[in-house]
Design a protein around this ligand. Structure first.
Ligand SMILES: Cc1cc2nc3c(=O)[nH]c(=O)nc-3n(C[C@H](O)[C@H](O)[C@H](O)COP(=O)(O)OP(=O)(O)OC[C@H]3O[C@@H](n4cnc5c(N)ncnc54)[C@H](O)[C@@H]3O)c2cc1C
Length: 505
């Protein structure tokens, strides 16, 4: 096991996480190469009375894979991707999605990962995992067959998604509760379907703000209900900044099939707005593995977040004019950001869309930020009710998921940070009549008042887990009764007590 501490030349680089809003200084960062190292790191943390944070890729949006004066147990060196001829794959928690996609595609299989090549499997799958193949294959966790985990007691167990496995409750909890709660997962075993390598993406953009509402309405009326499982899409509506590369509206998607079929299908799914699009692109992905690493996930420029280079450098180096493609966090560049998420209530309709357009259209300009709302299509295999038995992800019957995002250029600009944070909070609050719940992979710790209190935390976590929250607390009580893996949005343990002799019947 290799550990980095303050004073080490690598410390400042190694303590970086994907959200530059946080500037944590851990006491120690321990790079684990196997389960034995993880056990050793956990024992060291106990001996030194250090709180533990677990990190695979460091992309947790609220920075909860790190902290001040903690021990970070880092899994990035456990990054194996081993696919056998039956499509069963052991994947290390520290494998990047880019490396998983390229190895798995090379083996003629499809992996239901997320949209950003830099995100790692360890965090993605435990939060459910939404991505470009979700309607066809389900969430990332829906293709999980087993995993290996080191528990708080330092025990390594292999857990299978079968009713006969004595730890099947742990399997259910790990599939969707978000990482960091139950132990350190070192490897995941996936069951991956065959893939003939034919993949096509499309992107349509509308620059004119007048089409934002009609595009959202067209998208929500057709895409999430489309019976063609092979197409997973998103729609995005942005504030329109002078000089920004973001159009008012984008609809884009990935299709596991060929371009002629997709070209025929998509216009009919946007019957009222397709002909007004500013730009339409279809791209066959013939040589998936030849793509640059960061783009192998979801090769959509518009899906990749982060301020464009033009904005970033215009702020930090006003004399420099930058040409070329925007940088993105998917290239490993951390930007300060805040996200929030929710799901539509059944009555979500045209008035909700009007509220969205009003908010975006009247937001004061913020040239050093990118701010938008994305709709991620759900349905398809994500909606399979039989998955409830194997995954605690609650909101399976929703047609789509909403994600509010603000990314800005400079974490040292306190006023900019506050404006962006407030922008997210006000947007989310304005949508309360139309939305409910939240997605743990797009977490927001500010959904309720006083989340730092025990009651506040429970109210917060109920937003994410709904009726699954109580069973999750009981599962936590079974595997981590002393709450060794506690963190700000961690599930508190509920420890079963034996009925006492004096208990009332
Ligand atoms: C740029 C960007 C793009 C994203 N795109 C998508 C997307 O398309 N789809 C989607 O669903 N989500 C997406 N996310 C959210 C992302 O999936 C989650 O943040 C995910 O948890 C990140 O995993 P990680 O290992 O990279 O991050 P980490 O921060 O290392 O881990 C996330 C959480 O899991 C815990 N954890 C990590 N590894 C382990 C482990 N081995 N054992 C136990 N606990 C662990 C951490 O403590 C932390 O709480 C994106 C995030 C970013 C920043």
């Amino acid at each position: 096991m290799r550990c980095i501490e303050p004073g080490d030349p690598a410390y400042d680089q190694d303590r970086r996480i994907a959200n530059a809003r946080f500037d944590y200084r851990p006491r120690r960062i321990c790079y684990c190469a196997n389960a034995g190292d993880v056990r050793e790191a956990l024992q060291l943390a106990r001996n030194e009375k250090l709180r533990v944070r677990i990190r695979s890729g460091g992309h947790q949006h609220e920075g909860m894979c790190s902290g001040n004066d903690v021990m970070v147990v880092d899994l990035s060196e456990i990054d194996n991707v081993d696919v056998d001829s039956n499509g069963m794959a052991w994947v290390g928690a520290g494998a990047t999605l880019a490396s998983v996609y390229s190895t798995v595609w090379g083996a003629g299989r499809l992996f239901p990962g997320g949209g950003c090549g830099d995100v790692r499997v360890g965090g993605l799958v435990q939060g459910g995992g939404w991505g470009p193949y979700s309607r066809l294959l389900g969430l990332t966790c829906d293709r999980l067959a087993a995993f290996r985990i080191v528990t708080a007691a330092g025990q390594q167990i292999e857990v299978h998604g079968t009713t006969t496995d004595p730890n099947h409750k742990l399997f259910w909890a790990v599939c969707g509760a978000g990482g960091g709660n139950f132990g350190v997962v070192t490897e995941f075993r996936f069951n991956l379907p065959r893939f003939d390598g034919v993949l096509t993406s499309f992107t349509a953009t509308w620059n004119d703000l007048r089409y934002m509402g009609p595009v959202i309405n067209d998208w929500r009326s057709h895409f999430p209900h489309d019976i063609e499982l092979r197409l997973t899409s998103f729609c995005r509506a942005s504030t329109v900044e002078a000089g920004s590369p973001d159009p008012a509206a984008v609809v884009a998607g990935f299709f596991v099939g060929n371009q002629p079929t997709l070209e025929k299908m998509v216009p009919s799914l946007l019957p009222n707005t397709w002909r007004y699009a500013t730009k339409i692109e279809f791209s066959p992905i013939h040589e998936a593995s030849a793509l640059p690493d960061s783009r192998r996930g979801f090769q959509h420029f518009h899906y990749q977040p982060g301020p464009p280079a033009t904005i970033l450098r215009a702020v930090t180096e006003p004399a420099v004019t930058v040409a070329g493609p925007p940088t993105s966090t998917c290239d490993g560049v951390p930007y300060p950001h805040k996200v929030s998420s929710c799901f539509p209530v059944p009555t979500f309709g045209a008035d909700a869309v009007r509220a969205i357009v009003d908010y975006l259209a009247t937001s004061p300009s913020e040239p050093a930020a990118r701010r938008y709302l994305s709709f991620h299509s759900m349905g398809g295999r994500m909606a399979d009710p039989s998955r409830h038995q194997w995954s605690c992800f609650y909101y399976r019957d929703k047609p789509f998921l909403l994600q509010y995002q603000a990314w800005w250029a400079d974490r040292n600009d306190d006023a900019l940070t506050k404006r962006c944070m407030d922008w997210i909070r006000r947007f989310r609050e304005s949508m309360k009549p139309h939305t409910e719940g939240s997605f743990i992979n797009f977490p927001d710790r500010d959904l309720v008042p006083n989340p730092e209190t025990p009651e506040g935390r429970k109210a917060l976590l109920r937003q994410y887990y709904a009726v699954n929250f109580e069973p999750l607390m009981r599962t936590k009580g079974l595997y981590d009764p002393e709450n060794f893996f506690d963190f700000e949005m961690g599930i508190p343990p509920e420890v079963a007590t034996e009925p006492s002799d004096t208990a009332q019947s």
